[in-house]
Write a protein that binds this ligand. Structure first.
Ligand code: ME8
Length: 550
C-alpha cells in the first residue's frame, strides 16, 4: 500500500491558535482524509514549536516558567484541532524528550560529516521572527523586520554553522528536475530568484545564555557544548523527521507534502532540504506554501486586534456546525498564491449555496421522495440502472467515474478546493436531473406496474446513488454531515475500502434496491444572510485554572 506523510508547520506556543493555524491544519486534514479515502497508508502530523525565545519571554512576562506556559498553550492548540475534527496521527511538541534526543543525534551526525562547523557570525537579527537577515535583505527593508516592521539589531555571535553554500547546485538541480517540489509556481519562482543570489552558510546554534534557576535549559543543547543551544528553527524543522524516525514509522519517509504558508518558505524549501541532503535522507516530494487569510480585506495582526480567534471560530462551529467552517476554510481559503478574505457575508453565501441549498437540500428532496413515493425503500431501477435512454446527457456511470477521477487527480496535485468541488458538481447534476425529469409530477400518474412507475423508480435510484458518490467526494471536508447521511441511507462505507471500489456505479457498495432509506434530519439548516455574525464563544479557560484545579 502506498504511504503518504503529510505535515503542518508546528506552531509557536507564545500565543493561542487563530484562524491561520486552523486553516493550514484543516486543509492538511482534508488532504489526509482524501488520501485515506483513496486507500493509502497515511501519517498526518501537527504539533507545537516551543523553544523560541519569544515563548520564554512571553512566559516570563506572565510570571510563568517556559515549560508551564508551553503546556498551557500547547493544550489550546490541541483543543482547537479537536474542536475542528482534525484527524492527526500524532501531535509533536518539541519540548518532548523523544524529539530532543534525536535533534542532538542529527546535529552530531552533521558535525561528524563536517557539514556543521564552528565560527563567528554577524548579521541583522529580527527578534520578532527569531531569524537573522542578510545585509541585503535588511537594507531592502530599511533595517526593519519585513514581517512585523520592528527594528532589526546588528549582532555578532560565536556560532555553529551549517554549510548551506555547499548545496547550492544540488538544490537548484533538484528544483529544476522536480517542478512539484515547490508549489504553487509563484513560490517556486520566488525561491529560484533568491537562489540565484547565492547561498551562504547559516547558523544552527545560539548562545544558551546563563542556566535558568531550575537548571533546565529551554531548548536542545549543542552536543558536547552546553554554552550553545540548537537554533529554534533548526530544532523545529527536525520535528518532521524525529517523529518518524522509529522503526514502525520509518516507512512514511519522505514526506509527501509539507503544508506551510508563504512566511516560512525559505526554511522549508531551502534550508531543510539541504540539511536532509547532508544527512543522506530522501527529500520531501512537495513543499506547498499557501497564502494568507486576511480579515475584511486587512492583514490580521496583533496591533490591529483583528485576528479571527478561537472564540469566534467556536461561534461559527456552534451556529453553523464545524463541518460548515471546515468547508469554508477548505474551499475558500488562501490556497494558491493569492490571499483570501475571512468575511461573514461570503461565509453565509458559500454555506447556503453549497451546503444548505446544495448537498443538504438535494439529499432532503431525494430522501423525501423515496419516503413518500417508495415507502422509504430504495426503488429498483430495473433495466434502467445506468440511466434513461431518452436522457443520454445523464450517463451516470461515466459521469460519476469522470468526476471521481478528476477529484483524485486534484487531490494528488494538492488542489484540495477543486477536489471538493467535483462533489458539488455532482450534486448540481442531480439537481438538474430532478428538474429535467420532474419525478414529483411523474409520481401523480405512476401506478405500480406502469412504465411511469418504472421510470420514477429509476430516476430516484439514480439520484440517490449519484448523491451517495457526491457525498464521498465531499466527505473529507464535511465528515460529520456525510456520516449522518450515510447513517440515514444505510450506506456507511466500510473502513479501509478505497474510493475506487466505493464509487463504482452499481458496484458492491452501491445502494441496494429494496433497502430501507430514511430522509434523516436536515444536514445543514439554511442561514439568514441578514442575521449578524455569530457571537464569540467564551475563550476556553487555561488548563489547570478551572475550579477543580488545586
Ligand atoms: O512559523 N493565514 O509558527 P507560527 C494563513 N513555529 N495561515 C496562517 C496565517 C494567516 N493569516 N497566520 C499563520 C512558525 N498561519 C514556526 C514554524 S515549522 C518547522 C516551524 C499559519 O505559529 C501558516 O501555516 O508563526 C504559517 O506558516 C504558520 O501558521 C506559522 O505559524
Amino acid at each position: 500500500m502506498s504511504t503518504v506523510y503529510l505535515t503542518t508547520p508546528i506552531y509557536y506556543v507564545n500565543e493561542r491558535p487563530h484562524i491561520g493555524h486552523c486553516y493550514t491544519t484543516v486543509l492538511t486534514d482534508v488532504a489526509a482524509r482524501f488520501h485515506r479515502l483513496f486507500g493509502r497508508d497515511v501519517f498526518f502530523l501537527t504539533g507545537t514549536d516551543e523553544h523560541a525565545d519569544k515563548v520564554a519571554d512571553t512566559a516570563a512576562a506572565h510570571g510563568m516558567t517556559a515549560p508551564r506556559w508551553a503546556d498551557r498553550n500547547a493544550e489550546h492548540f490541541r483543543a482547537a484541532f479537536e474542536l475542528l475534527g482534525v484527524s492527526n496521527d500524532d501531535f509533536i511538541r518539541t519540548s518532548q524528550d523523544r524529539h530532543k534526543h534525536r535533534v542532538g543525534r542529527y546535529i552530531a551526525a552533521l558535525q561528524a560529516s563536517g557539514h556543521v562547523y564552528k565560527g563567528a557570525y554577524t548579521g541583522w537579527w529580527d527578534a520578532s521572527q527569531e531569524e537573522y537577515l542578510t545585509e541585503t535583505t535588511a537594507k531592502e527593508h530599511g533595517f526593519k523586520s519585513p514581517v512585523t516592521g520592528k527594528p532589526l539589531a546588528q549582532r555578532t555571535e560565536d556560532n555553529y554553522f551549517f554549510r548551506l553554500s555547499a548545496f547550492q547546485d544540488r538544490l537548484a538541480g533538484h528544483i529544476a528536475a522536480n517542478p512539484e517540489f515547490i508549489m504553487p509556481e509563484a513560490r517556486r519562482n520566488e525561491v529560484l530568484g533568491r537562489l540565484r543570489q547565492g547561498l551562504t552558510d547559516v547558523p544552527v546554534s545560539r548562545s544558551a545564555g546563563p542556566a535558568p534557576a531550575d537548571g533546565q535549559a529551554w531548548g536542545v543543547l549543542m552536543p558536547d557544548d552546553p554554552a550553545h543551544k540548537v537554533y529554534v528553527w533548526i530544532d523545529a524543522l527536525f520535528n518532521y523527521l524525529s517523529v518518524i524516525d522509529t522503526e514502525p514509522r520509518r516507512r512514511y519517509w519522505p514526506p509527501a507534502v509539507h503544508v506551510i504558508a508563504k512566511d516560512i518558505l525559505w526554511f522549508h524549501a531551502v534550508i531543510w532540504p539541504c540539511m536532509l541532503m547532508a544527512l543522506g535522507e530522501p527529500l520531501p516530494r512537495t513543499v506547498y506554501a499557501h497564502s494568507y487569510f486576511v480579515r475584511d480585506g486587512r492583514k490580521m495582526s496583533k496591533s490591529l486586534g483583528n485576528f479571527v480567534d478561537m472564540g469566534l471560530i467556536g461561534g461559527y462551529c456552534r451556529d453553523f456546525s464545524r463541518d460548515a467552517l471546515r468547508w469554508f476554510l477548505a474551499t475558500q481559503g488562501p490556497l494558491g498564491s493569492t490571499d483570501a478574505d475571512f468575511a461573514h457575508d461570503k461565509f453565509v453565501e458559500v454555506y447556503n449555496a453549497e451546503l444548505a441549498n446544495g448537498l443538504g437540500n438535494c439529499a432532503a428532496r431525494v430522501g423525501n421522495m423515496i419516503e413518500k413515493y417508495c415507502a422509504a425503500r430504495l426503488p429498483d431501477p430495473g433495466p434502467h440502472a445506468s440511466g434513461l435512454d431518452d436522457l443520454p446527457a445523464y450517463a451516470w456511470p461515466s459521469t460519476t467515474a469522470a468526476l471521481v477521477r478528476a477529484a483524485v487527480a486534484h487531490a494528488d496535485s494538492f488542489e484540495i478546493d477543486q477536489a471538493l468541488r467535483r462533489g458539488v458538481d455532482l450534486v448540481r447534476q442531480v439537481d438538474g436531473y430532478i428538474n429535467a425529469t420532474e419525478p414529483f409530477k411523474l409520481a401523480k400518474r405512476a401506478a405500480a406496474g406502469t412504465p411511469e412507475h418504472a421510470r420514477l423508480s429509476a430516476i430516484l435510484y439514480h439520484c440517490a446513488e449519484a448523491l451517495r458518490i457526491a457525498s464521498l467526494l465531499m466527505s473529507p471536508a464535511i465528515p460529520d454531515a456525510c456520516a449522518a447521511l450515510w447513517n440515514a441511507w444505510g450506506c456507511a462505507p466500510p473502513a479501509g475500502t478505497p474510493l475506487s471500489a466505493l464509487s463504482q456505479w452499481g458496484g458492491p457498495h452501491s445502494l441496494r434496491p429494496g433497502a430501507p432509506l430514511h430522509k434523516g434530519s436536515a444536514l445543514f439548516m439554511r442561514a439568514d444572510p441578514a442575521a449578524p455574525p455569530p457571537t464569540p464563544m467564551q475563550a476556553p479557560a487555561d488548563p489547570g485554572t478551572g475550579p477543580s484545579a488545586s
